[in-house]
Design a protein around this ligand. Structure first.
Ligand code: SAH
Length: 394
């Protein structure tokens, strides 16, 4: 077993059970891509068993802080079983859920989503890549599913020196899947969709939106960055008269349109716009349109803190426009999924947008990712999705 010695003082984060060690903290030692190594403090004390990433700035990702633990097929089976049994206790209102959320489930670099009987995995680090066959076997044996699709085509693999890979890892067949979220039928394609196919993290927020649309009697709803229309279906279920869904992806809009019919809503209640959201919002303002509820769920504007400033301007701009478009008494659900923009900063940005728009609003709820996307006490970086529910005075 190879050992890695850290520089003096660099053991602190591992002692706090934070699973990452950056390249600059390593004094000596190395390994092959994804190899399990023993990590030691500068005076030779055991700190963790970790996966070595030869290429990434995140040089080590801890598998275990227990010296007695062996990193083998049984280890992965235990960790996967623990994550799956936790989900079983959460009473999730869907057969689509995240089973493994990387670091938060003690499995750095591994994401696994379950869509009905199909599993979809992303292997995002050298360590998870190295243990792929054992992880695949454990996923099937723990869940009882027979199909596992790989979507290791995320850009972060490049940082690990890994090429993009997609395809069936276990089982085979078509890649179209239908899930039942709350009372709604939602379809996706595990090969073509974003990430693993669907935005499971917004599940609870979609349900709350349906509830709010109903409670506030919102009639005109605008769903910006709608993807396949999850929030649009929620608005229709909540009783909205007119729901406009905007996205710049034609295939996503096509699926959003199909979801309206699949869930039994009259097509006349749903409108779709293939457009850039910023330009669309400006055009609506110019045309004097107003909406009773608006959702803003943009893509990641700031992947890291280094992009925060530019992202802040982009967030502020769309939020200012959306607040101006809100009718008196209207509801805005506004989100950021940028890891580089924290909840506090996001709040400040939206507050600034309110000042610029000259619109006051009550913050009626803070929103976050659904509980199958947990963060842990020891890994606050795992927190990414944050949102605000704002109600304009009548
Ligand atoms: N709210 C969705 C997820 C949104 S993901 C859900 O609940 O499923 C972000 C979406 O923004 C993607 O569908 C992407 O196609 C779209 N998008 C990215 N940039 C855009 C832009 N400038 N204008 C319109 N849509 C954009």
């Amino acid at each position: 077993m190879k050992s890695i010695r850290l520089r003096e003082g660099k053991e602190r984060s591992l002692l706090k059970k934070h699973p990452w060690v950056f390249a600059g903290s390593v004094d000596r030692g190395g390994g092959d891509s994804g190899e399990t190594v023993r990590v030691e403090s500068s005076d030779g004390r055991f700190l963790a068993w970790a996966a070595y990433s030869a290429r990434s700035q995140i040089r080590l990702r801890a598998w275990s802080f227990d010296e007695a633990e062996r990193i083998d097929a049984g280890f992965f089976e235990r960790r996967i079983a623990a994550a799956v049994s936790m989900r079983a206790r959460l009473a999730i209102q869907s057969d689509g859920m995240r089973l493994i959320h990387g670091e938060a489930d003690g499995l750095p670099g591994l994401i696994v989503d379950r869509y009905a009987d199909t599993l979809v995995a992303q292997f995002l680090s050298a360590g998870s890549e190295r243990w792929k066959p054992q992880i695949a076997d454990a996923l099937l044996s723990v869940t009882g599913c027979t199909r596992l699709y790989e979507r290791s085509d995320s850009g972060v693999r490049k940082l690990e020196g890994l090429a993009a890979v997609t395809g069936w890892l276990r089982g085979e067949g078509g890649t179209a899947v239908t899930i039942c979220e709350h009372d709604w039928q939602l379809t996706l394609d595990v090969h073509e969709g974003h990430k693993t196919g669907f935005y499971l993290d917004q599940r609870d927020n979609r349900a709350r939106f349906a509830q709010w649309v109903k409670q506030f009697g919102a009639q005109r709803v605008l769903n910006c960055y709608c993807y396949t229309g999850g929030f649009s279906v929620a608005a229709l279920a909540g009783g909205a008269a007119q729901v406009t869904s905007v996205d710049s992806s034609a295939p996503a809009l096509e699926r959003a349109r199909a979801h309206v019919a699949l869930n039994g809503f009259d097509a006349s209640r749903a409108m779709f716009a293939d457009a850039d959201v910023n330009a669309y919002l400006r055009a609506q303002l110019e045309a004097g349109q107003r909406f009773d509820a608006i959702v803003l769920d943009p893509p990641k504007f700031a992947p890291t803190a280094a992009h925060a400033e530019r992202a802040a301007r982009a967030y502020k701009d769309i939020n200012r426009l959306a607040l101006k478009l809100l009718a008196p008494g209207g509801l805005l659900l506004t989100f950021s999924c940028s890891g580089g923009v924290g909840a506090e900063l996001f709040h400040k940005i939206v507050a600034g947008a309110g000042i610029d728009a000259g619109v006051d609003a009550a913050l009626i709820a803070r929103l976050e990712a659904a509980c199958d996307h947990p963060t842990t006490l020891w890994f606050p970086e795992g927190e990414y999705l944050k949102g605000l529910a704002l109600l304009r005075p009548s």
